[in-house]
Design a protein around this ligand. Structure first.
Ligand code: CUA
Length: 157
């Protein structure tokens, strides 16, 4: 095979750039301790319902100012206990996992937009300022029922 001189130069240039780019990304990721959203908290996706806190999905008060909302995502629903109801003005710690495929947990009109990955516990803290009903949707394509995957959270006074 014969390579033209310019072809060789550009090939070398391309490879050098790729190696440099990947090194920068890699070194940064380790140096800055990058992890998936919510950290490296993992869970056996086959045993979600036997593993705390997902054995008791729902909203639980942790202390005067903090609540934890434990929710299981699966095709094509969210299981957050009976009704998802939390108070406004308090810190809500959302803890999610998936039992099957990748979903998302996106609360309309907020900056809560979590990726829910099987085998991983995703955590996000949020404080609702305004009471009302908020729509929760899945924005990660997860199968034929993806567009039916939504629920609601009620934020009380
Ligand atoms: Cu779940 Cu899309």
């Amino acid at each position: 095979m014969h390579l033209h001189k310019y072809e060789k130069i550009w090939l070398t240039f391309g490879i050098v750039c790729l190696v440099a780019f990947l090194s920068i990304v890699g070194v940064n990721a380790f140096a800055q301790d990058h992890t998936p959203a919510g950290g490296m908290h993992t869970i056996d996706p086959e045993k979600v319902r036997e593993t705390a806190p997902f054995n008791e999905p729902g909203v639980k008060q942790l202390d005067d100012d903090t609540y934890q909302a434990t929710i299981i995502a699966s095709a094509f629903a969210y299981d957050g206990g009976q009704t998802l109801q939390v108070p406004a003005g308090k810190e809500i710690i959302f803890k999610l996992t998936s039992t099957d495929v990748v979903h998302s947990f996106t609360i309309d009109n907020t900056n809560v937009n979590m990726m829910v990955v099987p085998g991983q516990v995703t955590t996000k803290s949020y404080t609702f300022k305004e009471p009302g009903k908020y729509l929760i949707i899945c924005n990660e394509y997860c199968g034929t029922g993806h567009h039916y995957m939504y629920t609601e959270i009620e934020v009380t006074e």
